[in-house]
Design a binder for this molecule. Structure first.
Ligand code: NAP
Ligand code: ZN
Length: 343
């Protein structure tokens, strides 16, 4: 599909390809992209220096390379980390004066194309790019209309090489996106449609991951992740992501796993404030209560929580006020600690 659909979009252009260390090659997507682009008369350069949870410095290095190459388009291949980095590169390559990518700005970016090799972040359909603050305890995002990829190529062949634990972690990220999207005050009829359909697919296909998901299951998980991405493109994420960033930065927990650990506890706390929304989430997943959601997440993830002492430290980290304001319940430090402990 990539080989047929990408060439007419970028024929004859100078395409800068942004990837992680090895997933683009291991998935087979890089070879397909290079073959397609070379056949379409494109000049290509590959930047394979994106770290997991990329920093701005990491993206600036990529942007400097893209500028030197004279890039006219950026193709991100990989999980959310390379896709987000590709977006930052697309902005920074054309706007080298932009010292702080997070400062409010409305600057144009190079056209972005995305090939996800994980089924989780939905970055291939969102306007967000998320980066780790250098030496910091959390992450920060920036967004803009130009960050929406012009096209995303969802091919289950590219997730076949995913290790089981990464597939489970990333599926839980998609569940978090869909659930948080429904539970944010900015959720609406359209975003909920995408989120609930995403949950329907995730509940059906994510349990297959531990049994060796076949091509059909992997394709449905890619769709589910993208649908959840469309939902958060409209609503943003919520408290779970805000708390999860600290788990990733402090405890080095993968993004999706961090969210998965916190989700059921968050939903339990939302229930008295928005019972109908919670009911619709459970119904879409075909489960009867929040305790069952907790068991469902634990079955998929198979990871314990961080323990009392760590939970207290993590809960003390300040969160952005908008995330706290958007939370359906008061999320003070004690409550945040309990969520870290899965209570
Ligand atoms: P990731 O950090 O992109 O990748 C995790 C690991 O999986 C890496 O070691 C990667 O290898 C490997 N991998 C990826 N695809 C593979 C494949 N097909 N076969 C084998 N290994 C593969 O993980 P992610 O969970 O997809 O992305 C997380 C990032 O996305 C976080 O920074 C998060 O903040 C961000 N995010 C963005 C959005 C958004 O809307 N923009 C939403 C949610 C999350 P390599 O190092 O070789 O690539
Ligand atoms: Zn996420």
């Amino acid at each position: 599909m990539l080989k047929q659909k990408l060439p007419p979009l970028v024929a004859g252009q100078r395409v800068f390809i942004v990837t992680g260390k090895s997933s683009a090659a291991a998935s087979g997507a890089l070879a397909d992209a290079l073959e397609a682009l070379q056949g379409a008369g494109c000049a290509c350069e590959v930047y394979s220096g994106v770290e997991n949870n990329p920093t701005q410095a990491n993206c600036m290095e990529g942007a400097a390379r893209a500028r030197a190459f004279g890039a006219q388009a950026v193709l991100g291949i990989g999980g959310g980390s390379p896709l987000d980095a590709a977006k930052a590169v697309a902005v920074l390559a054309t706007n080298p004066q932009l010292a702080d990518v997070f400062a409010p700005h409305d600057v144009p970016a190079l056209p972005i194309y995305a090939v996800p090799t994980t089924a989780g972040t939905g970055s291939e359909v969102t306007q967000y790019s998320i980066m780790t603050i250098q030496g910091g305890t959390t992450k920060k995002s920036f967004s803009g209309n130009d960050l929406f990829p012009r096209a995303a190529f969802l091919d289950a062949a590219y997730t076949a090489s995913l290790p089981v634990q990464i597939a489970a972690d990333t599926a839980c990220d998609a569940v978090s996106h869909a659930v948080e999207s429904v539970l944010t005050p900015s959720s609406n009829a359209a975003s909920e449609l995408y989120a609930l359909e995403s949950l329907r697919l995730l509940s059906r296909y994510a349990p297959a991951i531990r049994k060796g998901a076949d091509g059909e299951a992997r394709l449905q998980l890619l769709w589910a992740a993208a649908l959840a991405g469309v939902a958060i493109a409209q609503t943003g994420t919520g408290l779970v992501h805000a708390l999860g960033y600290a788990l990733t930065c402090r405890e080095n927990l993968p993004h999706g796993r961090a969210n998965g650990l916190l989700l059921a506890s968050f939903v339990k706390r939302c229930q008295p404030f928005c019972p109908q929304k919670v009911e619709r989430i459970l119904q879409a997943m075909g489960i009867s209560c929040v305790e069952e959601l907790d068991r469902w997440m634990k079955d998929v993830l198979q990871i314990p929580n961080p323990g009392e002492e760590k939970a207290a430290e993590l809960a003390a980290i300040a969160l952005p006020q908008p995330k706290l304001d958007a939370c359906p319940f008061p999320a003070g430090e004690e409550v945040r600690k309990a969520i870290y402990l899965g209570r």
